[in-house]
Design a protein around this ligand. Structure first.
Ligand code: NAD
Length: 478
């Protein structure tokens, strides 16, 4: 049985309460570790450490801070196999996926912001009799709160820019998937990161995340997770005038026009529907298909989905691994029941499966549902699992109307070879990210985030560095 610890002031420490939460392996449904059940007193100790570390960390030259981040990136790469195995075991995602995507992206995040900070400049505005220049100064101690679906990937996506910009950080990984953040503590020690610069506190959302949010001296909260929790954070932090970045849920449309590159679309749609068991905030869960190719698409998509192997995450031919937790597994299954009650026709999947030897694991076969109106719960609420619906449309206007008929607005994918349509639709779709003839193709310099109930603010590139700094204008009269 593994026991995880917090990382505070450069030390690996037990929670002050002495209490732990059980950590489950989704592939087997068995407890395999203990996560600190930290609380307000751990947040207080971490805050003191981060506050003490801030003057010297923020005073380092950009090159010196950048070198620490590069070192962490290199150590993540050196430990790729161990980190990928830990991520897969903790989350249930296929091992090959953790290796190919999650862990590589974690080192990329550190490396990207190690470089970005060296290119981050501020503006100057000349007047006839004065010059203005803008200083961009770190905020102080900031908090980051991240979810379970891409554990180390999203954890580092926040921590790296915060550190690069000269802040000190209290970071809370999801209590459901804390393992790789715990392993990162040791990597930070090996990299010689000064004590208190990064503090990692494990535990439950209310006891740790909410305490960070209401802490009067934590200057900013960068959150990724559900819209419900994002709303709770905003309710507490906004009246305190904290800086807030909220990356939240989605119900992304995947719009498929008859004039698309069909084979490419089909391959990618399989991925955008079911990668990481459909637990990527950018997955396209509402598939809108032009009526003239609907039957062909349905037949091909169902056949390819049925051929995907659902199995233990460590097996190299597994395409769909285990759902992250029992709670989430029950939620997804309950939504499949709702879809049936709403009149949905399950074309494939729709049930729990029990691979031999792992009968207590949390496996759900990839599910395609048709026959539902866009306005029903199945098409309006985030399920966040291997469940998609397909809906036919006749015209571009009808497709656009359905795509935008959602409280969410994170991303959209558009399949068409008609250039004018691509530009026209990209402009009209209410989302922070639109992919045309591709999906999840990421350039880390681009703004990342959502509109409506999917988010407030943008991460990525200089947007993240702007979030983690405060602009100050200095006006000097000649
Ligand atoms: P969640 O909101 O339940 O939890 C996210 C984090 O918030 C966890 O670390 C949790 O412990 C913490 N938390 C819970 N209650 C809190 C509170 N009251 N105050 C402060 N922190 C609290 O989300 P989840 O179930 O871990 O993740 C799935 C959700 O994340 C989905 O809705 C998904 O769409 C979303 N997500 C969004 C993006 C994006 O970029 N927009 C990316 C990944 C995941």
């Amino acid at each position: 049985m593994l026991t995880l610890h917090n990382y505070i002031n450069g030390k690996i420490l037990p929670p002050s309460s002495g209490n732990y939460i059980d950590l489950y392996e989704p592939a087997s449904g068995q407890v395999y570790g203990q996560v600190p059940d930290s609380d307000q007193s751990d947040v207080a100790v971490a805050f003191q450490a981060a506050s003490d570390a801030f003057p010297s960390w923020s005073a380092l030259s950009i090159d010196e801070r950048s070198r620490y981040l590069h070192k962490i990136a290199d150590l993540i790469d050196d430990n790729l196999d161990d980190l990928a195995a830990a991520e897969s075991r903790d989350n249930g995602k296929p091992l090959w996926l953790a290796k190919k995507v999650d862990i590589r992206r974690a080192s990329d995040n550190f490396r990207f912001f190690a470089q970005a900070i060296t290119q981050f400049a501020s503006e100057s505005h000349a007047m006839t009799d004065a010059i203005n220049y803008t200083l961009r100064q770190p905020l102080g101690v900031v908090g980051t709160i991240s979810p379970w679906n891409l554990p180390l990937y999203l954890f580092t996506w926040k921590v790296a820019p915060a550190l690069a910009a000269g802040n000190t950080v209290i970071a809370k990984p999801s209590e459901v998937t804390p393992m790789t953040a715990y392993l990162l503590s040791d990597i930070c020690r090996q990299a010689g990161l000064p004590p208190g610069v990064l503090n990692i506190i494990h535990g439950d959302g209310i006891k740790v995340g909410a305490e960070m949010t209401k802490h009067p001296k934590i200057k900013a909260i960068s959150f990724t997770g559900s819209t419900r929790v994002g709303g709770e954070i905003a309710r507490v932090a906004a009246p305190m005038f904290k800086k807030l970045s909220l990356e939240m849920g989605g119900k992304n449309p995947n719009l498929i026009f008859a004039d698309c590159d069909y084979d490419q679309m089909l391959r990618t749609t399989l991925n955008s529907s079911f990668a990481n068991q459909g637990q990527i905030c950018l997955c396209g869960s509402r598939i809108l298909v032009q009526a003239s190719i609907y039957d062909r698409f349905k037949a091909d998509f169902v056949a390819k989905t049925k051929a995907m192997k659902v199995g233990h995450p460590s097996e190299s031919d597994t395409r769909v691994g285990a759902i992250v937790s029992k709670l989430h597994y029950d939620k997804i299954l309950s939504y499949i029941e709702i879809a049936k009650q709403e009149g949905g026709n399950i074309l494939c999947g729709g049930e729990a499966i029990h691979p031999e030897g792992y009968e207590d694991g949390y496996y759900i076969s990839p599910t395609i549902i048709e026959g539902l109106d866009n306005s029903c719960r199945t098409n309006q609420e985030e399920i966040f699992g291997p469940v998609v619906t397909i809906i036919p449309f006749e015209t571009e206007a009808e497709a656009l109307q359905m795509a935008n008929d959602s409280n969410y607005g994170l991303s959209a994918t558009l399949w068409t070879e008609n250039l004018s349509r691509a530009h026209r639709m990209a402009k009209e779709i209410e989302a922070g990210i639109v992919w045309v003839n591709t999906w999840l193709q990421r350039d880390l310099r681009t703004p990342f985030g959502g509109v409506k109930q999917s988010g407030v603010g943008r991460e990525g590139g200089f947007d993240a560095l702007k979030f983690f700094t405060e602009p100050k204008n200095v006006c000097i009269r000649y």
